[in-house]
Design a protein around this ligand. Structure first.
Ligand code: IMP
Length: 183
């Protein structure tokens, strides 16, 4: 669905589907150049990264493999705690692989910091991170994100894979919710 389909649910559209896709094409070109001559394994974090993984991988004009992890962050409501449980692990052995973690959004960075530490212990040849969105003001853990789509203000956002109470993942655009949706 598009923002126009659920207009009254949204306060603002921050990035349209077209803007997101254009930025992804630029990032894909950077990734192609940086990983030239190396096999590439994209690791997506379920469920939020589904859309960015689908679009980034198809923007790449080269081969790549894809694998998925599902993790659950212990936290209350919209707050991340950084204490993470693996619900579904990778099927791929990471030793000697060039891994690019594909994330929907880096908020506090706590989930990503845990994930990177966990993946590093599996002896990959390299680990990089691509995140479609980042909230620099919310960052509480120093994680290096090499490829960033867009920096956002420190507000809760939905769409393009990101949910509120399980909804809005299928919104093509990225937006903020109108106050009446929360109440
Ligand atoms: P972090 O550990 O605080 O960086 O956040 C990790 C996860 O929380 C992200 O991968 C998202 O799934 C979720 N998240 C963080 N901020 C938002 C938001 O604004 N909207 C929806 N989900 C979010």
């Amino acid at each position: 669905m598009d923002a126009s389909d659920i207009q009254s649910d949204l306060s603002d559209v921050l990035y349209t589907a077209d803007q997101i896709q254009n930025r992804l094409n630029e990032l894909a070109a950077e990734i192609e150049a940086d990983y030239a001559g190396r096999d590439l394994l994209l690791v997506g974090v379920l469920n939020g990264a589904i859309m960015v993984m689908a679009d980034l991988s198809r923007s790449l004009k080269r081969h790549c493999e894809m694998d998925w992890m599902a993790i659950s962050s212990y936290g209350s409501g919209t707050q991340s705690s950084g204490v993470v449980r693996i619900l579904k692990d990778l099927n791929t052995d990471l030793s000697g692989r060039h891994v690019l973690v594909v994330e929907d959004i880096v908020d506090t960075g706590l989930t990503l910091a845990y994930l990177i530490q966990n993946l590093k212990s599996r002896n990959p040849a390299s680990i990089g991170v691509m995140a479609m969105f980042r909230k620099p003001e919310a960052l509480r853990s120093p994680v290096e994100v090499k490829y960033i789509g867009y920096d956002l203000p420190n507000e809760f956002v939905v769409g393009y894979g990101l949910d509120y109470a399980g909804r809005y993942r299928n919104l093509r655009d990225l937006g903020t919710l109108a106050p009446h949706v929360y109440s």
